[in-house]
Design a binder for this molecule. Structure first.
Ligand SMILES: [Zn+2]
Length: 389
């Protein structure tokens, strides 16, 4: 749900200048750097064990996977694991690519197990989300079987991902899908879902929600599939749009209402799951604040607090240049899944590799952190996730 949360593209040069100025002015740390107390804390920790090698014998996907590479990777995985893996196309995009869903069965495919659905790559420029989905799938498939079914959509927006890597648009900017409309291209799929959808930003905006709810083939594909399933117990939608101030957030519904709009009886249950996810996914070796769990509409205040901590003197200016007027996100996936289907849904916003980076820099950062992230998310599926289902 990046657009509501992070630095606007047009303000990035100014923000970088302000960050450097703030550092000079007050000796404050810049985003992502450890404060003296954090450095001290890290030094006091025992040696952090080396991460184990990837669980899968299958070659990892690249850190910038095209839709073709995703298909090839899934073919290899299916050949390796036989009847435990199945793939299907649940829809076709405006440019004719398939929206692929992968099923990882714990045992006999004919038995109806509880299902956890993971959505990755809904935004075309968040390649690390797709990488995490495939790495997680490799690990789960090669490890001991679970007692529930895991279904993944590794790349919900293949048109956007391929365009982002094509060289025909500036890299790391192709958030939307690629359907032309009103002399602009693309719809923000995570504003196009049908719960609380609202017409808002124009077609030129990175948050253009489309001409109506479910106007896009990709959102319709996932909606239609979900509506045929009666056993989905939890949905997580994985993004990487947060600023680099902390490790990220785990949000729970609702994202589209100023006051949250959640029945008080539901909040503790959703908050507990989100908190558990946040704790499990946080990297203890990362000096930045750990992932935080919150209702999605609270993210703006959270990011403001992070900016204030980094820029104690000029934080109002930085916040003014960094944050859009509202971080409320009508028409998001988690709101529809929870509001319409009553399935607990969570939006993971992992810390984004610096968005001003070129592809090689972005790729290097993804490579550095991918196995740790996949290992921790696998751990959640194998332990805490089971207990919460
Ligand atoms: Zn996103």
């Amino acid at each position: 749900m990046r657009g509501d949360l992070l630095l606007y593209q047009s303000h990035r040069p100014l923000l970088l200048f302000l960050a450097a100025y703030a550092q000079l002015l007050v000796g404050s740390s810049v985003a992502g750097a450890a404060t003296p107390s954090q450095r001290e804390e890290i030094q006091q920790r025992p040696n952090i064990p080396q991460l184990p090698p990837p669980a899968s014998c299958i070659a990892q996907c690249s850190s910038l996977p095209s839709s073709q590479e995703v298909m090839t990777h899934l073919d290899q995985l299916r050949q390796r694991h036989g009847e435990h893996i199945a793939t299907e196309s649940i829809g076709r995009t405006a440019e004719g690519r398939d929206v692929i869903l992968v099923r990882l069965y714990p045992g006999n495919p004919s038995i109806r197990y509880p299902i956890v659905l993971g959505i990755f790559g809904q935004h075309g420029d968040e390649h690390d989300s797709t990488v995490l989905g495939l790495d997680l799938l490799d690990r789960l498939a090669d490890g001991p079987p679970l007692d529930f079914e895991v279904d993944l959509i590794p790349q919900m927006n293949p048109d956007g991902a391929d365009a982002d890597l094509s060289g025909t648009v500036p890299p790391l900017t192709c958030r939307k899908n690629r359907r032309p409309e009103s002399r602009a291209v693309g719809v923000d799929l995570n504003r196009n879902w049908g719960y609380g959808w609202g017409a808002g930003p124009p077609p030129s905006s990175i948050n253009y929600p489309g001409s109506g709810p479910f106007s896009e083939a990709e959102t319709r594909a996932v909606r239609d599939w979900l509506q045929t399933q009666s056993n989905v117990r939890l949905v997580m939608d994985v993004h990487s749009g947060q600023s680099t101030f902390d490790q990220g957030t785990v949000g729970f519904p609702f994202a589209g209402k100023e006051d949250g709009g959640l029945a008080s009886v539901d909040r503790p249950r959703l908050a507990a799951i989100a908190d558990n996810l946040a704790r499990t996914l946080s990297d203890p070796a990362d000096p930045r604040p750990a992932l935080s769990a919150m209702q999605s509409h609270e993210v703006r205040a959270h990011v403001e607090r992070a900016i204030r901590a980094h820029f104690p003197v000029i934080w109002p200016i930085v916040a003014w240049t960094s944050l859009p007027p509202s971080t409320i996100a009508p028409g998001s996936s988690i709101d529809w899944v929870y509001g319409t289907l009553c399935i607990p849904a969570f939006g993971l916003e992992l810390s984004r590799p610096p968005s001003q980076a070129e592809l090689p820099t972005y790729s290097a950062i993804v490579e550095r952190r991918r196995q740790g992230l996949a290992m921790r998310l696998e751990n959640w599926f194998r332990t805490r996730g089971c207990q919460l289902l």
